[in-house]
Write a protein that binds this ligand. Structure first.
Ligand SMILES: Nc1ncnc2c1ncn2[C@@H]1O[C@H](COP(=O)(O)OP(=O)(O)O)[C@@H](O)[C@H]1O
Ligand SMILES: [Mg+2]
Length: 230
């Protein structure tokens, strides 16, 4: 399994010193390499928390999170940072591009943390070919502020892919886009899964995006349920 969660729980302290809030209550999940999974559920149900725990951005309180069979809780911060940078790509609802950098420079930001050996690869050429794939070769030297919302999100997808991750985690990637741009991103994600075999876990409110994934899980009351496949 590429990703495995065993009885994962996560709680947050209540802001008003009330009882802790149990966001994840024993979540089990197994995602094989090459699969694509949509996670749906009401707002506040813990979808982002779940994604952050899988992506080593946040820690589970109990249970096990395994990435390629390695348990994340056993790793130190340096090893976790390496996993976040090399093995996982992240896409968020808001693109988080740096406004002062060009599209091409933004895409190369995750490569800055790579060790020297990895930099021998021709990263700008890889960036350019990915930008071409998402229809942005004309826009490489523009700044994010000069692009549409849909174009900016495509830049964010390319940035997530630049270090060739095995796993792409997306948190409501079409949540702030118009329908056409949202469909465009949904098609791009589905294509990355089908053509490149990239494993995807996508939190979404969009049934159109969820339908493009192989599996759908529903998170409610801290429990993750798989929906029967149609
Ligand atoms: N860092 C945090 N500290 C305290 N509470 C949090 C934190 N992050 C999320 N929560 C709470 O946990 C619950 C789940 O949040 P979240 O995972 O963002 O849900 P979703 O993404 O499904 O909307 C919410 O009630 C939220 O307020
Ligand atoms: Mg969320």
């Amino acid at each position: 399994m590429l990703v495995e969660l065993k009885n994962v729980s996560k709680r947050y302290e209540s802001p008003d010193s009330g009882p802790d809030m149990e966001v994840l209550k024993g979540v089990n999940l197994a995602v094989g390499s090459g699969q694509s999974l949509a996670v749906i559920g009401p707002s506040g149900s813990g979808k982002s928390t779940l994604l952050n725990v899988i992506g080593a951005l946040d820690k589970a309180d109990s249970g096990q999170v395994l990435l390629e069979g390695r348990e994340l809780s056993g790793l130190d911060e340096k090893a976790l940072a390496h996993i976040r940078n090399r093995q996982i790509g992240f896409i968020f609802q808001l693109h988080h591009l740096l406004p002062q950098l060009t599209v091409l420079e933004n895409v190369l930001v995750p490569t800055l943390a790579l060790h020297n050996g990895d930099k021998s690869a021709d990263l700008p050429a890889r960036a350019e070919s990915l930008l071409q794939r998402v229809g942005l070769s004309e826009w490489m030297h523009y700044r994010p502020g000069q692009l549409s919302g849909g174009q900016r999100q495509r830049v964010a997808v390319v940035r997530a892919l630049i270090n060739q991750p095995r796993l792409l985690l997306a948190d409501e990637p079409t949540g702030s886009l118009d329908q056409t741009s949202a469909d465009n991103i949904a098609d791009l994600l589905a294509d990355l899964n089908r053509t490149d075999g990239l494993t995807l876990i996508v939190v979404t409110h969009s049934s159109r995006l969820a339908e493009k994934m192989n599996r759908t899980c529903h998170l409610a009351d801290g429990i993750l349920h798989e929906e029967a496949q149609t």
